[in-house]
Write a protein that binds this ligand. Structure first.
Ligand SMILES: N[C@@H](CCC(=O)N[C@@H](CS)C(=O)NCC(=O)O)C(=O)O
Length: 203
């Protein structure tokens, strides 16, 4: 099995954490679709990573589909509950965290454009999504150990990758100060080998 992605992509990291938690061997192929020589569009017409090439040469994307495949591929460390209500709760957390990451990517992409082409309104709109998502994550986590249910699962992985990406790309946001319960969760996740071994290189 091969995973195509980059060490800084938060969606790639989500799939790498899942692979590590489930103890699934894979080859990590680094390919950024922003590079001229990228092969990513040959596997994903959307030109986005991650892409998982499974043994029969089928290319699976995006990260939400990949993690579902991986969780069903091995019984080790189930990360998505069978029960419908619990599963929907976990996937809602994932949608919230991934959506917060999407808005972070949008802010960073906009700020990399030439100053005269940047839209302050667009950045404010995306920043609003990040702020609201963080507040809801913090409110719903409250004083509990894990985001959804009694055990570590995909919801915690998605939130951990989202928070890690905020640290990488928007280090001035100071979310730890505003939301100490999210900081505590991030600290706990950072001690897991799956998170430690996939931490993005410094920007
Ligand atoms: N919803 C997708 C998002 C993937 C995504 O946006 N990946 C970024 C890297 S972090 C990418 O490849 N961007 C290149 C592009 O949009 O052209 C997923 O969860 O896999």
């Amino acid at each position: 099995m091969k995973l195509i992605g980059t060490p800084t992509s938060p969606y790639t990291r989500k799939t790498r954490v899942v692979l590590a938690e489930k103890r699934i061997e894979y080859e990590f192929v680094i390919d950024s679709s922003h590079e001229a020589k990228t092969q990513v569009p040959n596997y994903n017409p959307l030109g986005k990573v991650p892409v998982l090439i499974i043994d029969d040469e089928t290319a699976v994307f995006d990260s939400r589909v990949i993690v579902e495949y991986l969780d069903s591929a091995s019984p080790v460390a189930k990360l998505i509950p069978e029960d419908t209500r619990q599963r929907i709760q976990v996937r809602r957390w994932e949608a919230l965290a991934d959506g917060c990451t999407d808005a972070t990517v949008a802010v960073v992409t906009e700020k990399r454009r030439p100053a005269n082409l940047q839209s302050a309104d667009w950045v404010t709109r995306q920043q609003g999504k990040i702020d609201r998502a963080l507040k809801v994550m913090s409110d719903e986590l409250a004083a509990r150990n894990w985001c959804s249910g009694e055990f570590f699962n995909l919801s915690d992985i998605a939130v951990g990758c989202c928070l890690g990406f905020l640290d990488l790309r928007l280090p001035d946001l100071a979310w730890r100060k505003t939301y100490p319960n999210l900081a505590k969760l991030a600290e706990k996740l950072a001690q897991r080998p799956s998170f430690r071994d996939t931490a993005p290189p410094a920007a």
